[in-house]
Write a protein that binds this ligand. Structure first.
Ligand code: SAM
Ligand code: SF4
Length: 317
């Protein structure tokens, strides 16, 4: 369905939980989330009804996210049912990877075609620091499990943080030479309530081009990343610049939170509730949300924080 600015909205990100087994500093508060009442959250049946309503309006691609989607007990059933909804052509997932060793194969069998795994650093101490409690080895084991499970694509997401991991750009990029992995550098977004990152942390993705002059530009693939490749590499390197060069004009996505709120824009506080609605009610709200999608997210930087009104784990990224 076209929004009021002529953008064809074909992609819905679904956060299935706000909970997570990590506590990344840019994403969620140290003490985690204030656990909401079970009744406030979408049930599995409601998630699937929302997918059917979205598909009836032209959504063809879904990304399951969170919080950490793999801590959700019924994640395989949600994926299996969502992938089978007529009109849905592609089901992807974004995960921190730590639970993939046990779940990669069942997820692939449930219909997940592509996975994005978050990996900001290759240094065990820095991984522990940024995630506040995680172990690098678990994420690496998850990446290996994803590669072995036969997903159509395995991508790594690295949030670029000045003074933290900008020195690791070459080492992270090297992974695309050694493995069939695509790497995405994502600019740190200033969420309103998380992280204590000063202005120096917010660096543009163009620093990747400065550090890796040998990168060769690739043709766009329809996504939001500007694509490059190291000579001879198996995978691509993408730069995603929501802060320094926003891509709102081409934004084709809406987001559904675990508590049933449709967010037409990641950085807007506008939300439309699907909780408790039937198919027709959900389709009507989806239509309303798509028509009210703003033209862009407004200025974002260290001094102009996101107006999302939620931390990232409560939206899904
Ligand atoms: N737990 C899963 C994971 O970490 O991949 C899925 C949810 S997480 C909210 C989705 C994506 O959002 C991750 O790639 C994460 O790095 C990214 N993210 C979280 N907070 C961010 C921020 N402030 N700026 C940029 N990306 C962020
Ligand atoms: Fe959890 Fe993902 Fe947020 Fe890290 S980025 S705290 S893994 S939801």
């Amino acid at each position: 369905m076209l929004d009021s600015f002529g953008r064809d909205i074909t992609y819905m990100r679904i956060s299935v939980t706000e909970l997570c087994n990590l506590r990344c500093r840019y994403c969620m508060p140290e003490d985690g989330v204030c656990k909401k009442a079970h009744e406030e959250m979408l049930t599995e049946d409601e998630i699937i009804t929302a997918v059917k309503a979205a598909a009836s309006l032209g959504i063809t691609k879904l990304r399951v996210t969170g919080g950490e989607p793999l801590v959700k007990k019924n994640i395989l059933s949600i994926c299996r049912r969502a992938a089978a909804v007529p009109g849905i052509r592609e089901l992807c997932m974004t995960t921190n990877g730590t639970l993939l060793p046990a779940l990669a194969v069942p997820l692939r069998e449930a219909g997940v075609r592509r996975v994005n795994i978050s990996l900001d650093t290759l240094d065990a101490g820095k991984f522990r620091y940024i995630s506040r409690c995680g172990e690098l080895s678990q994420a690496v084991d998850g990446i290996r499990a994803a590669l072995d499970a036969g997903f159509e694509k395995v991508k790594l997401n690295a949030v670029l943080i000045g003074g933290f991991n900008d020195g690791e750009i070459p080492a992270l990029a090297e992974l695309t030479r050694r493995y069939p992995l695509d790497l995405r550098f994502i600019e740190l977004m200033p969420m309103y309530d998380c992280g204590d990152f000063g202005p120096d942390a917010f660096i543009p993705c163009t620093v990747v081009l400065d550090r890796l002059p040998e990168l060769e530009a690739m043709a766009p693939d329809g996504g939001v990343a500007k694509l490059y490749r190291l000579p001879g590499a198996q995978g691509s390197i993408g730069l995603i610049s929501p802060v320094s060069a926003h891509f709102c004009r081409d934004c084709n996505r809406i987001r559904l939170t675990a508590d049933g709120k449709l967010k037409p824009c990641l950085h807007s506080g506008d939300e439309y509730s699907l909780k408790g609605l039937d198919f027709d009610g959900m389709a009507a709200e989806l239509r309303r949300a798509i028509l009210c999608k703003p033209s862009w997210h407004g200025v974002l930087d260290a001094g102009n924080r996101s107006r999302a009104g939620r931390s990232m784990n409560q939206i899904g990224g």
